[in-house]
Ligand binder design. Structure first.
Ligand SMILES: Cc1cc2nc3c(=O)[nH]c(=O)nc-3n(C[C@H](O)[C@H](O)[C@H](O)COP(=O)(O)OP(=O)(O)OC[C@H]3O[C@@H](n4cnc5c(N)ncnc54)[C@H](O)[C@@H]3O)c2cc1C
Length: 383
């Protein structure tokens, strides 16, 4: 019976259907576990592939193109799937605590739940700002916005808070899609206004100067009002407030800033970093509990801290699958070192992309086609 402890067969519980666990399930589907039952607990039945999310918003992909069907993937891997939101770990009892079902026993547990948007220091649950995650909430509001733009020709002002790659890419994707919708209906796209607010003094601070300059030029040429050194301190139904004093009106506010670890992790007693992410060693095991593993955005590899990006979550699938297998068999674990530089292909909304890797920079339409081919190949592997 799933969830009950057994002396012969051990239980591995995967919490969250993020990119790492998708890869773990694929590997266990190819080479099934012996003497262990696999369980996947996830809040959502369909999880988005992050690289394609802006393309979905821009209208290049359908919902199904960019979402992974977790129950189907779990079935292929011989795993039990539970749609449930995990809200705690009882580590003494080795149980995963869920919001809508009894606790689930584990011999090993892996956590891959991504990061949680931090809406603003004072207004962590601000109802007027829309965060990209959870994705189902974002998608419902995005579809409502799309419908509104399709039905009316009136002015609309959208503000994006966050000047990292995610914020810039999402803004350009939204602008591309919404302007196209207006044009197709014979309405003027000029009635749509876009603003971007960032606390930093540049855009895409983790990328090289040429990439930063390129995106600044793209945003300016497309009429986006870019506000640098503009930390948003609050959001209300009329717009955003910068540094507690300047009010900027907006009809929709989308929040794509630096995120934190989920708040329930604080009660697990696991070692967390300053942003609430689980600290793990080079084997992806928690610093405080060798039965607990973590990967993707929610994990910080203390010896090799890296930017939070889907590409690392994808790469961690292999070492995580290997070490779960080894750990359950009491074999020595393998050490993993994430790459220092990684290639980011950042889209400009249209079918065009900018490549960024360390100091390297390139931009071309073929880069978008290349990214499209890579992303589609990844998605084919999950079916
Ligand atoms: C607009 C945008 C574009 C981006 N583009 C890129 C890109 O091109 N390339 C790139 O490398 N990165 C990109 N990123 C960053 C990327 O999205 C994240 O780094 C990545 O999604 C992290 O993956 P993950 O596997 O850690 O978690 P996620 O992909 O966030 O998955 C977490 C999963 O856990 C589930 N979950 C969450 N909480 C719970 C819970 N309590 N209980 C059970 N299940 C739970 C969720 O339903 C989800 O299935 C982008 C981000 C944004 C916002």
């Amino acid at each position: 019976m799933p969830g009950a402890a057994s002396s012969q067969c051990r239980d591995i519980v995967l919490v969250g259907g993020g990119h790492s666990h998708v890869g773990v399930l694929r590997r266990f589907a190819q080479k099934p576990l012996t003497n262990a039952r696999l369980h996947l607990v996830c809040r959502d039945t369909h999880t988005p592939y992050s690289g394609m999310l802006p393309g979905y918003v821009a209208g290049h992909y359908t919902y199904d193109d960019v979402h992974i069907d977790l129950p189907a993937l779990a079935q292929r891997a011989g795993a039990y799937f539970y749609q449930s939101e995990v809200n705690g770990l009882a580590r003494q009892a080795q149980q995963v605590l869920c919001d809508n079902r009894p606790p689930l026993h584990y011999d090993r547990v892996a956590i891959n739940i991504g990061s949680t948007p931090q809406l603003s220091g004072r207004h962590a649950d601000n109802e007027h700002a829309l965060a990209v995650k959870p994705i189902q909430r974002f998608n419902a509001r995005w579809l409502a916005l799309l419908e509104r733009v399709q039905a009316h020709a009136g002015p609309l002002h959208i503000a994006i808070v966050g000047g990292g790659a995610g914020g810039v890419e999402l803004l350009l994707a939204m602008q591309y899609r919404l302007q196209n919708e207006r044009k197709q209906r014979g309405y003027s796209p000029q009635t749509l206004r876009f603003s971007l607010f960032t606390r930093g003094n540049c855009l895409l601070p983790t990328h090289n100067r040429r990439v930063q300059r390129r995106f600044m030029r793209v945003l300016q040429s497309r009429g986006v009002a870019v506000h640098l050194n503009a930390p948003v301190s609050d959001v209300d139904k009329t717009g955003v407030i910068v540094e507690d004093t300047q009010h900027h009106s907006a009809d929709e506010v989308i929040w794509v800033t630096r995120a934190r670890g989920a708040s329930w992790l604080e009660n697990t007693g696991l070692a967390l970093d300053a942003h609430g992410f689980i600290q793990v060693n080079d084997t992806l095991a928690s610093l405080s509990d060798t039965k607990v593993f973590a990967a993707g955005d929610v994990a910080t590899i203390v010896n090799h801290p890296r930017e939070k990006a889907g590409v690392f979550a994808v790469r961690q699938a292999r070492p995580l699958a290997q070490n779960l297998r080894r750990s359950i068999a009491n074999q020595p674990l393998l050490h993993y070192r994430p790459q220092r530089h990684w290639l980011a292909l950042i889209s400009t909304g249209d079918r065009y992309a900018v490549a960024s890797r360390g100091r390297l920079y390139a931009s071309a339409a073929w880069l978008w086609r290349w990214k499209d081919a890579i992303d589609r190949r990844f998605m084919r592997g999950t079916i």
